[in-house]
Design a protein around this ligand. Sequence first.
Ligand code: MG
Ligand code: MG
Length: 262
Amino acid sequence: MIFYKTAEEIEFIRNSSLLVSRALAEVGKYIKPGITTLSLDKIGDEFIRDNRGYPAFLGYRGFPNSLCISVNEQVVHGLPGNRILKEGDLVSIDCGVLLDKFYGDSAFTFAVGEINESKKELLNVTRASLDIGVNQAHIGKRIGDIASAIQQYVERNGFSVVRELVGHGLGKKLHEDPEVPNYGKRGSGSKLMEGLVIAIEPMVNMGKKGVLQAQDGWTIYSEDNSPSAHFEHTVAVTKAGPEMLTTFDFIEEAIHENAFTR
Ligand code: MG
Ligand code: MG
């Protein structure tokens, strides 16, 4: 069942989403070769709590940390730990926040130091595919229009879309209907109506589309061990068109001031 949000509810989701965006930027200030993923998790956790929020992933189905941090061939749901980031890594950070009873959700893949050209291309294509998906989120379009626009753009650029994990509705719950896949047929799926709030989140592998789950019971990684990227926005469907409730603007500023990432 899909819950359509009132304008007032969307404002609450916007506040949660802004906190998510600012938390990701805070973490982005500290990304550099030599730092562990667990230290990044702590920075995010503290920032969220200092700003009245609660880290939505902590305890979700037993998830032990506040951020999902996935490095290189890890696609999503990576567990923060003692892994030390090194020059040339990609680090995907997914953050969810509960604030005043509403959730926000966003993800960004950072480069650690200098990365090679093919990784740069992967980041550019994945991020552009998210924008392309968001731009489909107009009243009267369908979930499949978002899905197929993302898939076509990604595949045209020689990369592949992960099938096993999808975007989702959100609001009073972190995951609500409908599912928002990153592949599919134009014109299929439920119709987008005013007040729909969805997380659009392409996960893109440089190699083949297959993924596996690690022994830790959480981390999803590419089956061929090729690098993977993940970008996510929380988006409201409004009369004025798609409205992004999360933003990468704060992250851009943080990256600009951090010599060790881009
Ligand atoms: Mg997320
Ligand atoms: Mg999500």
